[in-house]
Design a binder for this molecule. Structure first.
Ligand code: MSP
Length: 502
């Protein structure tokens, strides 16, 4: 089955930070998981380069918008391999092919009668590049997201008749309770729609940094329409000489943060309907990462967690693991270097890393480096049996933290198993040889199967461990706990998550 997953495309007026890393890692976990399951996956991320904030930031630095975009898009692109992101394409909205396709689609929306020319006046946030509706504005006419004062703006625009999509959107929400996940965000979007939709401006007359409106060349499209369409346009030119649209459209998952819910859950499906295009299956919404003090991360509060610093100290896998584990996916959560250290030492170094080294060391010592091909412990096997199915189901519902928790319960189970069976005692008694075979086969099989399931979260450490266990396969079927030890030869393994003073 085809599976197309996207991240938000990131504004190039800022440097990449932990929030960007978070969305991208979450999407990567899902993409890798689906590849393991043998799905035909396409995973796209990229940069959102038009609009007022980018033009303003460029001018403030004495640059042309394109120069700033080129410079910062490179930074986002370079971030991807550092985070072990397996994206199949990196889209930039200043790509000429993107611009052409945006014009085609929006021309169709215009031709289908969903636009009109009118005077727009409203409260505008330059940071969001968005007009705010009255009921979301904070006291003192401030932006609900940035808390900065909004400005009163007026201009002649082309409008998109969002209001005429009220009924079709209500129907969409009635028919597809899984369109937005988790469900509290579904309810939020639905009640936004139920309050009544106002038309939105589709073009900007004042700004030049954007995609030109083909039927009214003095205007450019409002950046959000240009940006949302990336999900569709990218498929047209990601592969030279090949159009992937029919293979991957509509998208399976759009992973986004809750700050951009309205655009994805309301504007986007309406726009697609207006253009006669199919609506994606799911919008997966995650919460905000907060500073250790529970407040929004900001440089001035000094509560920012820097992804590069985490990776330098603990590695990429640890950052990925930490973000998926410590902040319940879908909710908000505080993050800090302290908490990274705690999870790293307790869970990665002790519970997982140590289990792996102990198991391999015992196989080397007691069985000459070969995992016994003996039967595994049927009771333990029973405790693992439903796991791959449950993990697949949870990941299919965007429950990346719950899926990881289920896997981790088994990591802890194996640690208890070592203590219960005390292989070092069994090894002293030749009459217990078959018990020892069963114990070692079960332990090795347990960490092997768990590592297959953990591959999507921690691609590097799991690959090293699976290699050392002599069973490198990572297809999802390999995540089943087998009835028999593999019989493979193990290799000594350097600590997967070394402890270090910091
Ligand atoms: N360019 C738009 C998105 C267009 S998508 C068609 C945009 N860009 S952004 O650079 O501001 O990135 C916003 C996204 O980054 C959020 O939706 C979220 O996915 C992620 N995050 C940014 N800060 C975040 C946190 N503090 N916490 C979690 N994620 C956050 O909006």
């Amino acid at each position: 089955m085809s599976f197309y997953i996207t991240t938000p495309i990131y504004y190039v007026n800022a440097q990449p930070h932990l929030g960007h890393a978070y969305s991208t890692i979450a999407a990567d976990v899902l993409a890798r998981h689906m590849r393991q399951r043998g799905e035909d996956v396409f995973f796209m991320t990229g940069t959102d380069e038009h609009g007022e904030p980018v033009a303003d930031a460029a001018h403030a630095q004495g640059l042309e918008p394109q120069q700033l975009a080129d410079r910062n898009a490179e930074r986002f692109k370079a971030l991807m391999p550092r985070l072990a992101i397996s994206n199949d394409f990196f889209i930039r909205t200043s790509d000429p092919q993107h611009k052409r396709r945006v014009q085609e689609v929006l021309q169709r929306v215009h031709d289908n009668g969903h636009t009109y020319k009118g005077m727009y006046e409203g409260w505008y946030c330059p940071k969001c590049a968005d007009f705010k509706v009255e009921n979301e504005i904070l006291e003192g006419n401030r932006c609900p997201i940035h808390e900065i004062p909004l400005t009163r703006e007026q201009e002649e625009n082309w409008f998109f008749r969002l209001s005429s999509f009220q009924q079709p959107l209500e129907q969409l929400y009635d028919e597809r309770p899984e369109f937005v996940m988790p469900s509290h965000h579904f309810n939020e979007a639905r009640s936004f729609i139920a309050q009544g939709l106002q038309d939105v401006s589709l073009t900007r007359a004042r700004l030049h940094w954007g995609v030109e409106v083909p039927w009214d060349p003095g205007h450019v499209f409002y950046v959000w329409f240009d940006a949302l369409l990336n999900y569709y346009t990218g498929l047209g030119y990601a592969r030279d000489g090949e159009d992937l649209t029919s293979r991957f459209w509509p998208a399976t998952y759009h992973v986004i943060g809750k700050d951009i819910l309205k655009f994805h859950a309301v504007f986007w499906p309406a726009l697609l309907q207006a253009a006669g295009l199919a609506i994606p299956h799911h919008v997966f919404v995650h919460g905000f990462l907060l500073g250790a003090d529970g407040r929004k991360m900001s440089k001035s509060l000094g509560n920012v967690l820097d992804p590069f610093e985490v990776m330098e100290q603990y590695g990429t896998d640890a950052l990925r693991f930490y973000l998926m584990r410590d902040v319940a996916f879908g909710g908000d959560g505080a993050v800090s270097m302290e908490a990274v250290k705690g999870r790293y030492e307790t869970e990665l170094a002790n519970e997982y890393g140590n289990l792996a080294s102990r198991t391999i060391a015992m196989v080397l010592r007691y069985r000459d480096g070969r995992i016994p091909a003996a039967g595994t412990d049927p009771q333990l096997a029973g405790e693992f049996e439903a796991l791959p199915g449950r993990v697949a189901q949870l990941l299919g519902e965007a429950e990346a933290t719950q899926a990881l928790e289920l896997i981790w319960q088994r990591v802890r189970r194996l640690n208890r198993y070592v203590e219960e069976r005390a292989p070092w005692q069994l090894a002293r008694d030749p009459d217990q040889a078959s018990q020892l075979d069963q114990t070692l086969a079960s332990l090795a099989e347990g960490i092997r199967a768990l590592s297959v399931l953990l591959t999507a979260y921690m691609p590097d450490a799991t690959a090293r461990l699976l290699e050392a266990l002599g069973s490198p396969a990572t297809d999802y079927d390999a995540g089943r706990f087998a009835a028999q030890g593999s019989g493979a030869r193990v290799q000594p393994l350097a600590a997967l998550f070394p402890k270090h003073g910091s």
